[in-house]
Ligand binder design. Structure first.
Ligand SMILES: Cc1cc2ncn([C@H]3O[C@H](COP(=O)(O)O)[C@@H](O)[C@H]3O)c2cc1C
Ligand SMILES: O=C(O)c1cccnc1
Length: 354
């Protein structure tokens, strides 16, 4: 299945990108003056093959999972908050619900590995692979099989949502202690110094940050994840939502559906997807730069430049959903804005430097 998916992740449509660029330069504005939004719409044209797409069915896929490493006191909040927040998402009370409602998008809340039983709770997508991961400081976080299974959950979910009409996907997550897990995966894959990848997460103190770094160092020293092998890394120091989101991104790319990447945790999942299939990067849209210090490193590994710089550190897909109105605006500009010719506005003067 994975091999087939990877085979289907192609280069973007270069001709559609060229046409989008040409159209942008005919609109009544100085060339390039819409900055990163111009690059964004060119990218979207390359993904969909059309420079005037309206994205009318956007879904934020919020994967929830618990992390055994929470036992090491690496978060400012207790583990049960993951379960409690799942109920909050289902009731529409979380930040992501409010932002999604504002922008007309849907939140798809997935239990991929919460350490609680939700029974057949309505509104929740039931895809539990395990009741949380193990404490990576003592044992591998997941079995290799669990990591593979969670990745497949993500791929299949992307297929289901796209078959159901979704034309734009975004990543979101909930899982107490997952900034620690994400930093561990980032360090394992890049060899970056641990202290450059850890931040306050939900609000730990300076001492708390040093403690997180020690827990990560000890976990990596214990398991020695192979930096060339994403599965080895994910199973030893990863988490179920990271695996699931990596799968979701691969699945979206294989169907030529753009995928908006949220903050630090989501970007680490994106890095895992890109290590599995580098072409996947062409389908990723970096929404915002999180306050987590490791986020910049993960973004630069991917060669992505986010549009929003809001010092946010929430996750859930909030940064990604905040980009939706900007996506709608630039797509409307492509469809509706007047050209120099249609408006009778004089074009750029030829100058000595061209
Ligand atoms: C009430 C609440 C809502 C959240 N929504 C997202 N997160 C975010 O914080 C967690 C990661 O931070 P750490 O590694 O420090 O635990 C994740 O669940 C993430 O999605 C939340 C955290 C809390 C407390
Ligand atoms: O950037 C993120 O994704 C993030 C940062 C802190 C806490 N939760 C999520």
């Amino acid at each position: 299945m994975l091999e087939k998916v990877i085979e289907q992740i192609n280069e973007r449509n270069a001709e559609a990108m060229r046409q989008a660029e040409q159209h942008l330069d005919q609109l009544t504005k100085p060339p390039g003056s819409l900055g990163k939004l111009e690059l964004l719409t060119i990218q979207l044209a390359g993904i969909t093959g059309d420079n005037q797409t309206t994205f009318s069915d956007k879904r934020i896929v919020l994967m929830a999972a618990d992390h055994g490493v929470a036992k090491e006191g690496v978060s400012a909040f207790p583990q049960e908050v993951t379960e409690q927040m799942v109920y909050n998402f289902l009731r529409g009370g979380a930040a992501i619900n409010v932002i999604a409602k504002q922008t007309g998008a849907q939140v798809v809340c997935v239990d991929i590995g919460v350490a609680a039983d939700f029974g057949d709770t309505a509104g929740l997508v039931h895809k539990k692979v395990a009741y949380g991961s193990n404490n990576m400081r003592r044992e591998p976080a997941l079995s290799r099989e669990q990591a593979r299974q969670a990745l497949l959950v993500g791929i299949e979910l992307a297929f289901e949502l796209i078959a159901d009409g979704a034309d734009l996907l975004a990543t979101g997550e909930m899982g107490i202690a997952n900034t620690t897990t994400s930093s561990a995966v980032l360090v394992a894959l890049t060899g970056a110094p641990v202290m450059e990848t850890v931040g306050q997460g939900t609000g730990v103190t300076t001492e708390g940050i040093a403690h997180k770094a020690r827990v990560i160092e000890e976990s990596i020293a214990l398991h020695q994840p192979n930096p060339q092998d994403v599965y080895d890394t994910l199973h030893k120091v990863g988490g179920l939502e990271l695996c699931g989101l990596a799968g979701l991104i691969l699945g979206a790319a294989s169907k030529s559906v753009p995928i908006v990447i949220d903050g630090f945790i989501s970007t680490v999942a994106a890095l895992c997807a890109a290590r599995i299939c580098p072409n996947t990067k062409q389908y990723m849209i970096a929404s915002h730069r999180s306050a987590e210090p490791g986020h910049d490193l993960a973004l630069s590994e991917l060669g992505l430049s986010p549009i929003i710089d809001g010092q946010m550190r929430l996750g859930e897909g909030t940064g990604a959903a905040l980009l939706f109105p900007m996506i709608d605006s630039i797509q409307a500009i492509m469809r509706e804005m007047a050209t120099f010719a249609s408006a009778g506005v004089s074009g750029k003067e030829a100058t000595s430097d061209g």
